[in-house]
Design a protein around this ligand. Structure first.
Ligand SMILES: C[S@@+](CC[C@H](N)C(=O)[O-])C[C@H]1O[C@@H](n2cnc3c(N)ncnc32)[C@H](O)[C@@H]1O
Length: 378
C-alpha cells in the first residue's frame, strides 16, 4: 500500500537533487561524536559519503505538523501562535503533503545511513502518525516494521473537545534487516506480579513457579524422546533436555514431581531479570524543559540500551536539546546530532557539558568545548 500525493518526488531525484552541505571543522577532527548545525537533509547527504551503512541506531523526534512556533521561556517551553518572537526555538509550519514529503526525503537518506543490524525509532503524534507509518512502510518495508509503541506522555487532562483525552504519542520502530541489534529489555516485577506468577515458596524461602519439562515437536535427537524415570514425553512432544541432564537437574532439586508422578522444572524468581517489556511505555517528559518538546532522558536511554551496544553509532538529526546525544554519551555510544536551530545547539551543548567530564575522552571534551560545528550551505 503506497500513499500518493502531489509533488511526491522519486527516490532517485531526492538523492541526486539534494545539495550536500559543507561541514566546517567536522572532518579531520579526532572525535567520533559530532554536533552539527544545519538543515538536516543537506547534512545527511554529506554524511552519506563517510557513514553509509555505519549508523546503528537512529532516533528522531521531528516537528509534528502542528502549524505552530515553539519558544523558549525561562520557566517553561511553550508553543506560541505568532512567529514575531525572538525566543522562538523552532517553527513547525509544514503541514499535509508538504510535511509528509519533508519527512520522506529525510527518511530516504536515513535508511542509507543505517547499518545492516541498525534500527530507527520515529517519535510522532496521533494526528499524523498513521500517515507517517505508510511512508515508513514504503521506505523500510512492511516486514521491517517492529512496533508502534504507545508512549504515555502526561497525566490525564480535561480537554473541552468532544473526544477522549490524549495522553499518548507514538514511536514507530523499524529495523533495516531481520536481525537487528537487540538487548532484550525487561521491567521489574511488581509485588502483585511476584505473588501471581511465582506462587510457590521452597524450604529456603525462595519464590518459584514450574514449567513443563517437555516441549512441542518430535524428538530432534534420539535421547530427548526416550523414557526417563519410567516416564515418556507425551505424544508429539520431547524432553527439553536429554535424560542425563534431567537426572542432574533432579539431583540439584530443580525438578518438582506432582502427586501423579509428573515432573516439572522449577523457575526461581531470583533468576529472572523481570517481565518482557510490552509496547505501552510510560515516560513523562521533563516538567520544566530547557527546550520546547524536550523528551525524557530515561526514554532515550531505554531505547539506546535496547537497540545498540557500547561503541555503536547513534544518530539524531532533529536533536533539539540533545537528549539522544546525552543518553548515548552516558551509555558509552558514539553519536551524531544535527539541528538547525541556534537555540537547540546552545541547549544541547549545555546539556552535554552537564555530563561528567569523565564520561568523555579528553579530546572529545576539548573539541566540544571549542566547537559547535556549523554548516555552510552555499
Ligand atoms: C521536536 S524538536 C526535538 C526535541 C528533542 N527530541 C529534544 O529532546 O530536545 C524538533 C527539532 O527539529 C529541528 N528541526 C526541524 N526541522 C529541521 C531541519 N530541516 N533540519 C535540522 N533540524 C530541524 C528543530 O529545530 C527542533 O529542534
Amino acid at each position: 500500500m503506497i500513499i500518493t500525493y502531489e509533488n511526491k518526488k522519486s527516490k532517485e531525484d531526492i538523492i541526486t537533487q539534494t545539495v550536500s552541505a559543507k561541514l566546517e571543522t567536522i572532518f579531520g577532527e579526532k572525535t567520533k561524536n559530532k554536533l552539527i548545525q544545519g538543515n538536516n537533509i543537506q547534512v545527511l547527504k554529506t554524511l552519506l559519503s563517510d557513514y553509509s551503512g555505519k549508523v546503528d541506531l537512529i532516533y528522531i523526534d521531528p516537528p509534528f505538523a502542528t502549524n505552530g512556533h515553539f519558544k523558549i521561556s525561562d520557566e517553561r517551553a511553550n508553543t506560541v501562535s505568532s512567529s514575531n518572537d525572538d525566543t522562538i526555538a523552532y517553527s513547525d509550519t509544514l503541514i499535509g503533503d508538504d510535511f509528509l514529503e519533508f519527512l520522506r526525503e529525510r527518511l530516504i537518506f536515513l535508511r542509507e545511513l543505517l547499518s545492516e543490524r541498525g534500527s530507527i525509532y520515529l517519535h510522532i503524534d496521533y494526528k499524523v502518525g498513521h500517515y507517517v507509518k505508510l511512508i515508513m512502510d514504503e521506505i523500510f518495508g512492511r516486514t521491517m516494521f517492529r512496533n508502534d509503541i504507545t508512549r504515555i506522555k502526561c497525566n490525564p487532562k480535561n480537554f473541552s473537545r468532544k473526544a477522549y483525552g490524549n495522553i499518548k504519542d507514538l514511536i514507530l520502530f523499524y529495523s533495516k534487516s531481520e536481525n537487528p541489534i537487540w538487548n532484550e529489555p525487561h521491567t521489574s516485577f511488581t509485588e502483585a506480579d511476584k505473588n501471581r506468577l511465582f506462587k510457590r515458596i521452597d524450604r529456603d524461602g525462595r519464590r518459584y513457579t514450574t514449567i513443563p519439562l517437555h516441549a512441542p515437536g518430535e524428538t530432534t535427537n534420539g535421547d530427548t524422546g526416550k523414557e526417563w524415570r519410567g516416564v515418556k514425553p507425551p505424544t508429539g512432544r520431547h524432553w527439553r533436555s536429554a535424560p542425563s541432564v534431567l537426572e542432574k537437574l533432579d539431583k540439584q532439586g530443580l525438578i518438582e514431581w506432582s502427586k501423579n508422578g509428573v515432573p516439572r522444572k522449577k523457575i526461581f524468581l531470583a533468576e529472572k531479570k523481570g517481565k518482557k517489556m510490552q509496547d505501552i511505555w510510560e515516560f513523562k517528559d521533563p516538567q520544566y524543559p530547557k527546550y520546547p518538546t524536550e523528551k525524557s532522558l530515561d526514554l532515550l536511554k531505554f531505547i539506546v540500551k535496547a537497540s545498540s551496544n557500547e561503541g555503536d553509532l547513534v544518530l539524531d538529526c532533529f536533536c533539539g536539546s540533545g537528549t539522544t546525544l546525552v543518553a548515548a554519551q552516558e551509555l558509552n555510544r558514539n553519536w551524531i546530532g544535527v539541528d538547525q536551530s541556534d537555540q537547540a545547539i546552545k541547549v544541547a551543548q549545555k546539556k552535554l557539558f552537564q555530563i561528567p567530564a569523565s564520561l568523555f575522552s579528553k579530546v572529545e571534551y576539548e573539541f566540544l568545548k571549542q566547537h559547535n560545528v556549523r554548516v555552510h550551505t552555499s
